[in-house]
Design a binder for this molecule. Structure first.
Ligand SMILES: [Zn+2]
Length: 194
């Protein structure tokens, strides 16, 4: 789908409680996701430390995954680098959000049953300091529970769900809606024009 160019993006799922101290399974750093195999996925504990990882390093963005399990009760976290996500988040950096409203596919998000709905994806400034960035995102999400995903400016989209199928559905919905919004923007409207 063009959502994971080069070795970008990362994906994880929460492991059952009886797998402790293994907490989640996450993709290894620096792997081309177009050719990824099961040997490129490792288990980490609640602090992001690898468990029996055979030299694999967890994704650099692991703190963002862990905060979504902690704060949002996620069962899976998916992070993409699509063109619409990178472009719109860069355009909306100062506004701090991308609003998506009036689209039929909003109904693909859990809890929404009409196109007459509006959601907001918060946009955070990008950073290479993952601990500072995850603290900032966690602070925001602790007061904004009704949130389906967030954007990092000029970078990409984070989406989660109660399990992997829901996270995948939410990802496909949000990527599609960002593409719609990008086309609207291309025709001379702002990132937040309906
Ligand atoms: Zn990324």
């Amino acid at each position: 789908m063009g959502w994971a160019p080069a070795t970008s993006t990362n994906y994880s799922v929460r492991l059952p409680d009886d797998a402790a101290p293994a907490y989640c399974a996450i993709t290894s750093s620096g792997v081309d996701k177009g050719t990824i195999e099961v040997t490129h996925i490792l288990a980490i504990d609640q602090h992001g430390r690898p468990i029996d990882a055979d030299g694999l390093k967890p994704s650099a963005e692991t703190p963002l995954h862990l905060l979504l399990y902690r704060t949002m009760g996620a069962g899976a976290v998916l992070h993409t680098h699509s063109l619409p996500a990178a472009l719109l988040s860069q355009l909306a950096r100062d506004e701090g959000q991308v609003r998506l409203a009036g689209w039929e596919l909003l109904k693909g998000l859990s809890g929404i049953d009409t196109h007459e709905a509006e959601i907001s994806l918060p946009v955070f400034p990008n950073s290479q300091d993952m601990h500072a960035l995850s603290a900032r995102v966690e602070q925001f999400l602790s007061t904004e529970r009704a949130c389906y995903g967030f954007l990092l400016a000029g970078h990409g989209l984070y989406v989660w769900g109660k399990d992997l199928p829901e996270a995948k559905r939410h990802l496909e919905v949000l990527e599609y809606l960002l593409q719609c919004q990008r086309e609207v923007t291309r025709h001379g409207c702002s990132a937040n024009t309906r």
